[in-house]
Design a protein around this ligand. Sequence first.
Ligand code: HSE
Length: 315
Amino acid sequence: MSDFVTAFAPASIGNVGVGFDMLGLALAGAGDRVIARRTDNDRVTVAEVRGLDGESHPYLSTNAEENTASIAAQALWDAHGGAGSVELKVHKGVPLQSGMGSSAASAVAAAVAANALLESPLDVEALLPYALEGEKFASGAMHTDNVAPSLLGGLILSPEILLPKIIRLPTPEGVSAVLLHPDLQVNTAQARRVLPKSISMKLWLDQQGLLAGFIHACGSGDIELIGKTLRDVVIEPHRKGNVSCFDDVVAAAYKAGALGCTLSGSGPSIFALCRDNDARNAASAMEQACRAQGISCQSWVSSMQAPGAYIVGEA
Ligand code: HSE
């Protein structure tokens, strides 16, 4: 059994446009690291939270009651830990309030690191409920669409009604995800409060059709059908106003050949699915459109089979 473990958990695209709160895609290239160390304390503690610049994070708390990483690790330790506890160091690589699953990445990395310090570590899928405790604190709701792909990688369907069952969906060859992060912030809890409590039967039917068609398209590799189905007729209309560059970025993505383009999670990030050959051009076009609005930004191009969380090192 190790005394020190470092785990990495990737960013993720929540909702994937068609599956509000139940569909998520891991994103390669961005993620959080958590270093866990065994201690003799009674409770999980947070020694530091650092940003990408290596400095103490200006907004995130080292109070273990208020940090998604420690909340997830504590939930795991309460259920399966023995004597003592763990101390965490959280190194954020995912921007906050970005629609990239930042809180989920910290919670997942912490659960994976703490798990590796247990006498009998659990299977990775069994960590989902513990990582979700951290996510629940951050966004005020128990949605799995970021936590599940960050933990397991790839494209994951995890409707609440089926939990703890989660479904790893096949992904099509030749399609990449492009994610643009405009330098804006959207608070997920607030972005959830503006959503309607109920929708019409017509909208429900339309979105059901898009979700079912999209899942079929991914499994069968029907790229034209991905283009037809990657649309959000329920949530996007209520949220796109939070992202001033949204319409221009989406138009630029389609012009560059994107199959579909919509908000990532609650935004402000915007993602597109593209044929592999179009992905880099689409990323540049989306960046240009965003900067033309005076908003700085960063983009990532990722396989649809990005790996989930993993242990980086043990000592
Ligand atoms: N599925 C959630 C939402 C979380 O859209 O509010 C997004 O990251």
